[in-house]
Design a protein around this ligand. Structure first.
Ligand code: SR1
Ligand code: MG
Length: 394
């Protein structure tokens, strides 16, 4: 057996990951073990390890660079601590919707957690045509309970400020600031789009009205420390089955505007809404309505029952707050639609469409929807209106 004597960070191999798990009694020390590296994300190693007496764990290690780019893009290891602490903090509000954390090791940037491999990554399942009846409802509950519970509406301001400092995550936020709010609107090297989109992309780069609105949305992301967000809540960050949902991977967590997480969820359902047809499309339509309506229902209930700071007693404040979150969500959803189509990090919902003509048409639809959500975010007031606008752009 490989023996670990780490004093400082070192990248794990399958052998040393097993050795680590044994040393820390996370699996049976003497039994037979199976392990594989299953990470398919952009940033980390993910080892699934199981022994022959029924223990199964996930051992995730942050790399000191972005795996998707290579060593030329260094990245803080502290994100592993942010991830483990966020899973635990969010777990206080929605224990059934996040994986259990067994161990967090800041030195080696390791988080050991519950193995969820009986579930499917939501994006993969959705792209394969699956429908998950609980997904939208569960995500709405996660969004409402984590955002309310970590905001000044649900926490004493001292506690909120303490958490805000603890979850400072500037390097990961910088990735979002550049990849979502800056690069897609400029001729940046990180952009990645196919030739058939060139004209549309150049129109985005030349659209000063759009760029002004994106600048305002970016400012909100940079400055509005409302709640402890997941920070990267796309459908690749969710494990799901017909009767279970688990939100994973909150390494981008930070204190930001509530609408950022909500908007990312809506946008990632919109990729499915735009790419599906017929009944399957209608199913997603209902899921998108559920995301917003259940988010609002949960948030309103918390507002009425768990108000920490007295805002619930001020007539009109709830309405103003929820309207702001809705408007922010539309703006953030719009920027997510655009960046996933022409920026660095794409989605298989679009890229896996084999027919080039269909793929380009869907991507143009996504770009148009993104633009309209950004530009009309102050005048769209209901989720049905949003869906109508997206549909009309077809
Ligand atoms: C270099 S990281 C690229 C993207 O992957 C992550 O999941 C985030 O979405 C980030 O924007
Ligand atoms: Mg991730």
């Amino acid at each position: 057996m490989a023996v670990l004597h780490y004093k400082k960070y070192e990248e794990l191999t399958i052998e040393t990951a097993i050795a680590y798990a044994k040393q820390h009694q996370l699996i049976d020390e003497h039994g037979l073990v199976q392990a594989e590296e299953i990470g398919d994300g952009n940033l980390n190693y993910v080892f699934r390890i199981q022994d022959n007496v029924g223990n199964r764990i996930i051992l995730k290690q942050a790399l000191p660079y972005a795996k998707v780019i290579g060593a030329s893009w260094p990245l803080t290891l502290h994100r592993a601590v942010i991830e483990a602490n966020t899973l635990q903090k969010h777990g206080e509000f929605v224990p059934h919707l996040v994986p259990k954390v067994f161990k967090s090791d800041a030195e080696l940037a390791i988080t050991v957690m519950e193995d969820l491999s009986h579930l499917t990554i939501a994006r993969q399942g959705l792209v394969a045509g699956e429908n998950y009846p609980l997904l939208a409802k569960d995500l709405a509950e996660y969004l409402a309970k984590t955002s309310f519970g970590t905001s000044v509406f649900g926490l004493h301001p001292f506690e909120k400020k303490k958490l805000q400092a603890e979850f400072s995550n500037p390097e990961l936020c910088k990735i979002t600031e550049e990849l979502i709010f800056t690069d897609p609107y400029n001729d940046s090297e990180t952009n990645n789009f196919e030739e058939g989109l060139t004209e549309a992309v150049q129109m985005i780069w030349a659209n000063e009205v759009l760029k002004l609105e994106v600048a305002k949305i970016k400012y909100s992301f940079l400055t509005e420390a409302e709640s402890l967000l997941h920070g990267d809540l796309h459908t690749g960050s969710v494990f799901v089955s017909a009767n279970e949902t688990k939100v994973i991977d909150p390494e981008f967590a930070f204190y930001g505007p509530i609408g950022f997480d909500v908007g990312q969820v809506i946008a990632n359902f919109l990729f499915q809404y735009i790419t599906r047809t017929g009944e399957a499309k209608q199913f997603i339509r209902e899921q998108i309505k559920t995301v917003w309506n259940d988010f609002e229902k949960n948030f309103a209930q918390l507002w009425q029952t768990k108000d920490e700071t007295g805002y619930a007693t001020i007539p009109g404040y709830y309405e103003a707050t929820i309207a702001k979150i809705f408007k922010d969500s539309l703006g953030f959803a719009g920027t997510e639609l655009i960046r996933r189509t022409i920026g660095l990090a794409h989605v298989i919902d679009l890229d896996s469409i084999e027919d080039e003509q269909v793929r380009i048409t869907k991507k143009l639809h996504t770009l148009a929807a993104g633009e309209q959500l950004i530009l009309q975010r102050s005048t769209i007031t209901t989720i049905e209106q949003l869906l109508y606008i997206v549909e009309e752009l077809q």
